[in-house]
Design a protein around this ligand. Structure first.
Ligand SMILES: Cc1ncc(COP(=O)(O)O)c(C=O)c1O
Length: 459
């Protein structure tokens, strides 16, 4: 598989009870590994690295051109309009959404509609700026479009934005964002798609401005699409960002500064305060060019087949409960009988050599609803006593287009084994609040971990 050969770090081995085992990474929804080819390109480009926009000299001219062109490449990858839209480089999706929440210049009486299936990053920023209403979800974790319609209707014309995820980071459930765009536009309301979990997994097209299915604003993170170099993206109409001051004024955001007057720069400079992340932006553009050459449709189809295979296999594990429903990307959250999620995550780490994620995945409301739990004071007690990992949650495996059926088979083998011998593992681990979860009762683990950090990772 071409992509797999280009993934950095797949040969890493981790210590498992005295032996070394190939690490299997199933936490791609958190961050994906980097591409070897892009790392090599970065290495070469670093000969030319320089400050941008405000320098003279060839290196600055070359770097400025590369940095500016990278914006266009990133915009093209998702079908942004090269004239009417602007591509603003930020750190990640969270920063992108926070920036938009500021730049829309909302009043507290304005309404932003979001949903009960959002990551905190597409919920909390809005709470700080407007009255937020939440479209509900059904028992499978799918957005209830009737509920959304009711919110759009009853708040017309006060709704300033519909903010919705392209795909959930808990269930992987994919929203039909173009249908939602049509619904929002019918009520004169623009749409933001939080593309953090969708753009890396499917071909994404914002569609032309004159199409009612057009996506007005899009946010996504480089580190979730094979480019972990500190860059994220906010795309939207230039008009939105051509008015008013940015939330971070400073170097690069202005054309002229007088004692009592400031003339702001045009987009995107106005919203990229200070020296920008040239390296991260270059790396993201090169990564997207590479993915474009492989074909996002093709990668998406492969991931879909792998996801279907994983779901089929996982369903055969005794005692498993898998949350969510299709259509979905390869984000699969589950629980195994009554094993605490944090314990299962620890077993997969220390016994199976796998990286997964456990808990509520920054989507606490959604996870609680999927689990059928109400908010409870008990959570406050667990929070106060540093035992957050005991709050009910799930285990999440998240696939990317370089994962294989063999890796899925290995996961399923382990889950079947754990399901058959829960007491053995319960005895081998203890809850350690200081470690933030379960930890093996095996002193050697701490030494192994220190060695990994010191010797293997060179720290
Ligand atoms: C759906 C979704 N939105 C937003 C975010 C926030 O992304 P970042 O951590 O890159 O800011 C995440 C991260 O997991 C996510 O899954």
């Amino acid at each position: 598989m071409i992509l797999r050969r280009n993934i950095k770090g797949l040969k890493v081995k981790v210590p498992i009870r005295g032996r070394k085992r190939n690490y299997i990474y199933f936490d791609n929804a958190a961050s994906t590994p980097a591409l070897i080819s892009v790392i090599n390109e970065l290495y070469d480009y670093l000969d030319w690295y320089s400050g941008v926009h405000r320098g003279t000299g060839y290196k600055s001219l070359v770097s400025s051109r590369i940095y500016d062109d990278a914006h266009d490449i990133i915009g093209r990858f998702v079908g942004a309009d090269s004239v009417r839209d602007t591509v603003i480089m930020v750190k990640n999706t969270s920063e992108a959404i926070n920036k938009l929440s500021y730049r829309l210049q909302l009043n507290p009486a304005d309404v932003v509609i979001t949903t009960d299936m959002e990551h905190h990053s597409n919920d909390l920023p809005w709470r700080a700026r407007a009255r937020v209403e939440y479209a509900s979800i059904d028992r499978q974790g799918r957005l209830d479009t009737e509920s959304l319609k009711r919110h759009l209707k009853s708040n017309y014309p006060r709704t300033k934005l519909l903010a919705v995820c392209g795909a959930s980071n808990v269930t992987g459930h994919v929203n039909d964002v173009h249908l939602l765009a049509r619904m929002a536009h019918e009520y004169g309301c623009p749409i933001l798609v939080d593309g953090a979990q969708l753009v890396p997994h499917q071909h994404f097209d914002m569609k032309p401005h004159n199409d009612t299915a057009h996506i007005d604003y899009l946010a996504f993170s480089g580190h979730k699409i094979y480019s972990p170099f500190g860059s994220g993206v906010l795309i939207g109409p230039r008009n939105t960002f051509a008015g008013g001051p940015p939330e971070y004024p400073g170097g690069g955001t202005v054309k002229l500064v007088m004692t009592d007057k400031v003339f702001w720069a045009d987009p995107p400079d106005r919203d990229e305060a200070g020296s920008p992340n040239v390296i991260g932006t270059y790396a993201l553009a090169r990564t997207l060019m590479y993915l474009d050459r492989l074909g996002m449709d093709k990668l998406g189809r492969y991931e879909q087949e792998l996801t279907d295979y994983a779901l089929d296999q996982l369903q055969q594990v005794k005692g498993i409960t898998i949350y969510g429903s299709k259509p979905r990307v390869g984000v699969i959250s589950f629980n195994l009988a009554d094993l605490p999620h944090a314990l299962l995550g620890a077993i997969l780490c220390f016994d199976a050599g796998m990286g997964v994620r456990t808990g509520c995945f920054c989507a606490q409301k959604y996870v609680r609803q999927l689990l059928g739990l109400a908010e409870s004071d008990h959570y406050l007690e667990l929070y106060d006593s540093g035992r957050m990992a005991k709050i009910p949650g799930m285990v999440r495996v998240s696939l990317a287009a370089y994962n294989t059926r063999e890796e899925v088979d290995e996961l399923v083998r382990w889950l079947k084994h754990i399901a058959a011998h829960p007491h053995k593992y319960r005895r081998a681990y203890r809850f350690a609040a200081s470690q933030g979860g379960y930890w093996p009762i095996d002193k050697k683990i701490d030494a192994d971990l220190s060695n990994l950090i010191r010797i293997d990772a060179g720290f």
